[in-house]
Write a protein that binds this ligand. Structure first.
Ligand SMILES: [Zn+2]
Ligand SMILES: [Zn+2]
Length: 289
């Protein structure tokens, strides 16, 4: 092995070790479909050997939309304070303040000026859990037709174009109900990956999919996500990833991160360095204002 190759291998190993001790996707009881509070997750993270823990509960929305799966705006300050308290109680751990956010243009000022600006949150994650469909909302877990898949994809790409997000959560979540890797799935995945490359937005390999019930026909069962075909295609693009547990209960805070890293490493998809990404996003946001 040449000196350069040795150095690269060493850097790769360091990045891998660092990624294995980091989870940036963590919820709390406030979203109404998770259990445990900030302190419970932090304790479990410490037991699991994590060094970096980012909280990213589902964002409250100023108009109260979809409030049955997120905190209300009135709870936000208390969430913020609970994380501040953990930061002072666990100085040995790097704890970050974040939120997982749906992107619609009407919320852009709320995220940019209030959450990241006034409240000084460290990061926000972009997710498409909902998209508009025939004057109603459809969820990303209900994508069944090519037209719905296209709508999901357009929403996700608009979110990337906003320049607000540290990374995009589970871009392949559409595969929960859209079971076939057909021409439409391939075309939409290409669009997502092309946008991620062009806009320099990392994607997430999400560990929660490993803990969900398998989907598909008997004999062809697979995890709803991560979707192997999607990530094999992703390896052909110049993109990078974050690997997270997406914990909805404290015991899961360190779970399946390594499984997600294994996918990235098997396909040689680079793991994004957190500090490098934080620096990038700060510079994009300050040049946008
Ligand atoms: Zn959730
Ligand atoms: Zn989540």
């Amino acid at each position: 092995m040449s000196k350069i190759a040795q150095k690269q291998e060493l850097e790769r190993l360091k990045a891998s070790e660092k990624a294995g001790k980091m989870n940036l996707h963590t919820h709390s009881f406030r979203c109404k479909h998770a259990t445990g509070d900030i302190d419970d997750y932090t304790k479990c993270a410490e037991e699991a050997g994590l060094r970096i823990l980012g909280f990213s509960d589902h964002t409250p929305l100023p108009d109260g939309r979809w409030d049955y799966i997120r905190m209300n705006l009135e709870e936000f300050k208390e969430y913020d304070q609970a994380i501040s308290l953990a930061q002072s109680n666990y100085p040995q751990m790097r704890i970050l303040k974040g939120l997982e956010c749906e992107y619609f243009p009407e919320y852009h000022p709320f995220y940019q000026d209030y959450i990241l600006g006034e409240c000084h949150f460290d990061y926000i994650i972009g997710s498409t859990h909902f998209f508009s469909w025939k004057n109603k909302w459809k969820t990303a877990y209900e994508v069944e037709t090519p037209e719905q898949l296209k709508q999901y994809t357009d929403n996700l790409i608009k979110a990337m174009e906003s320049g607000l997000f540290l990374f995009m959560a589970h871009p392949d979540v559409f595969a929960t109900a859209y079971l076939n890797w057909d021409a439409n799935a391939q075309a939409c995945s290409k669009d997502i990956l092309e946008a991620a490359e062009a806009l320099n937005v990392p994607l997430e390999i999400n560990g929660l999919g490993f803990r969900r019930s398998p989907v598909g026909l008997i004999g062809e069962k697979r995890y709803p996500y991560p979707l192997a075909s999607f990530w094999e295609l992703a390896a052909q693009y110049n993109i990078s990833v974050f690997c997270n547990s997406d914990a909805h209960n404290p015991e899961d805070v360190g779970k399946n991160i390594q499984d997600a890293i294994n996918i990235a490493e098997a396909l040689k998809i680079p793991l994004k360095d957190l500090d490098a990404r934080l620096a990038e996003i700060t510079s994009t946001q300050s040049s946008a204002t």
